[in-house]
Design a protein around this ligand. Structure first.
Ligand code: SAM
Length: 280
């Protein structure tokens, strides 16, 4: 398949897709998304050529995929719990890339699901991600004002963004949060956080050279920061992957490092992956 020339922000979808695909090839996967591997194979994209950490022989395969696979699992769990309580919910996956989250979550048919991404990505998505009866794709920049007009406004919503926030300018991110909380009557918003250190690392470390140029958000270290910017939001949960039960299946070095850090929320926030969940 001839792939379009993606920007670094768009190409980042292959890092998360590859992480889930490689996870599914493990003897005991953390997430086990076999469809991710099928989608990756259909595209013909070679993650080993583009992401040095994925090809490194020094890094254990479980370590390569842990953060990507387990954060996807946590975001799936947020969606699953929400649609369990609200069978008429709307699900919005912002910056969905080529993720088949709707197939993993498998919501009841009363749920409407919206996958949003930039037009070039949605065009590829339509070629390689299987169709789902209750999922709709919207080709839009999430910082544009109009895309929400096409989504029902009278139903509770759960909104997720896996790997997106780093690629949004700060003013665009804040006004997006404001529009989401005004559009829906109530709901939840969950995303993986980027600290200032994580942003710096993604911009400057050679291992992220393929996507670093797309990172424009400054990041934030205090999970209450979005509440201050958008008062409709209330932080409901801060999920630290340094405390994930799945760490039991990691190599010894990873387990020990996480155990040293896990006792401190600050250290967990600054050095590990965190999923933030807000209510509105
Ligand atoms: C790291 S990828 C994650 C993709 C997907 N969520 C996953 O987990 O595989 C980030 C995604 O955000 C999308 N993206 C970046 N900026 C965007 C914007 N302004 N509007 C919509 N999507 C955007 C990119 O095209 C890309 O698909």
């Amino acid at each position: 398949m001839v792939l379009p020339a993606f920007t670094p922000a768009q190409e980042s979808l292959f890092l998360t897709l590859s992480g889930r695909a490689l996870d599914s090839r493990l003897p005991h996967p953390f997430l086990g998304d076999r469809m991710a591997d099928e989608i990756l194979r259909k595209t013909g994209y070679d993650p080993l050529a583009r992401f040095p950490t994925m090809r490194s022989r020094l890094v254990d395969p479980r370590t390569k995929v842990f953060d990507i696979a387990v954060r996807a699992k946590r975001l799936d769990a947020v969606v699953r719990a929400f649609v369990g309580r609200h069978p008429n919910a709307v699900v919005v996956d912002m910056g969905a890339g080529l993720d088949g989250r709707v197939f993993r979550v498998d919501p009841p048919p009363t749920v409407d699901w919206y996958d949003i991404d930039l037009p070039e990505v949605i065009a590829l998505r339509e070629r390689v991600v299987p169709r789902h009866a209750h999922a709709h794709a919207i080709a839009a920049d999430v910082t544009d004002e109009r895309w929400l007009d096409g989504i029902p406004a009278e139903r509770p919503a759960v909104i997720v963004a896996d790997g997106l926030v780093a690629f949004l300018p700060q003013d665009g991110f804040v006004s997006l949060l404001g529009r989401l909380t005004s559009h829906f009557p109530s709901g939840e918003l969950a995303f993986n956080a980027y600290t200032t250190v994580a942003v710096w690392a993604t911009r400057h470390l050679g291992s992220f050279a393929t996507i670093g140029g797309g990172v424009v958000n400054p990041g934030f270290n205090d999970p209450h920061e979005p509440e201050r910017r958008v008062p409709a939001l209330t932080l409901a949960e801060e999920i630290f992957l340094t405390r994930a039960p799945e760490l039991a299946a990691m190599p010894l070095a990873g387990r020990l490092a996480a155990r040293m850090i896990a006792g401190s929320a600050w250290m967990s926030r600054m050095s590990g992956t965190t999923v933030l969940r807000y209510r509105f």
